[in-house]
Design a protein around this ligand. Structure first.
Ligand code: DX5
Ligand code: ZN
Length: 217
């Protein structure tokens, strides 16, 4: 028996000139979380936003702010994001910070820690950290840009994680990010949280898109 998906629209595809309105619109359309993509131009070849924007988002929504750090040295910034009001801080296992120390520091800051991995990284690389996190994010595109195609080969990581977490009380949530839409969602039954950027924000009916994802469960 599966639970309903939580839907986390990724603001990367939103209209940044009207960010507050966009957040309120997805909230009204049934979004459960707000997914925030932080990129530093080093870890990924794109630059987005930092803690000051997260602070602004915090003032317009009470939904959990799910902050995905695609940055080389996350330990240098976690305090800023915690103070800005992040609820989840997810770091990449490929980043250059000490992963265990950074996850522990995130929890000490009163924020829920998450771990994620690029499509080319084996699941075994995150094994040592699964006990330390509240969220495991499986990337189904190469991080850096919205609007890319779903990488089907990554679904087996989700299946394997669900198998491992079966019957485990307090197991981390499984989240998927990249290329999620009405065509790909059917492969994602084992997931708890769906991130969707372009599928929602590039449409003119956010509610219909969110309902389509929720209805697929
Ligand atoms: C990509 C980001 C994603 C992105 C997803 O690096 O982590 O959150 O916004 O966009 P879509 O849903 O368009 O693939
Ligand atoms: Zn993301």
């Amino acid at each position: 028996m599966s639970k309903a998906f939580l839907i986390a629209p990724s603001i990367l595809s939103a209209d940044f000139a009207r960010l507050g309105e966009e957040i309120r619109a997805v909230e009204k359309a049934g979004a459960d979380w707000v997914h925030v993509d932080v990129m530093d131009g080093h870890f990924v070849p794109n630059l987005t936003l930092g803690a000051p924007i997260v602070k602004c988002l915090r003032s317009v929504t009470e939904k959990p702010l799910d902050v995905h750090l695609m940055i080389e040295e996350p330990h240098r910034y976690i305090e800023d994001f915690a103070k800005a009001g992040a609820d989840y801080l997810t770091i990449h296992v490929e980043s250059r910070s000490n992963i265990a120390d950074t996850l522990a520091a995130i929890r000490d800051l009163g924020v829920r820690p998450g771990i994620t991995l690029k499509p080319s990284t084996p699941l075994s690389d995150i094994d040592p950290y699964l006990q330390m996190v509240d969220l495991v994010l499986v990337m189904t595109v190469n991080p850096g840009f919205g609007g890319q195609s779903f990488m089907q080969g990554q679904v087996k990581k989700i299946t394997e994680l669900r198998r491992r977490f079966q019957g485990q009380s307090g197991a981390p949530l499984i989240e998927v990010d990249g290329g999620v839409n009405d065509q790909t969602v059917h492969q994602l039954k084992d997931v708890d949280v769906l991130v969707a950027g372009s599928f929602i924000f590039k449409s003119n009916d956010y509610k219909q898109k969110i309902n389509q994802l929720k209805g697929a469960q």
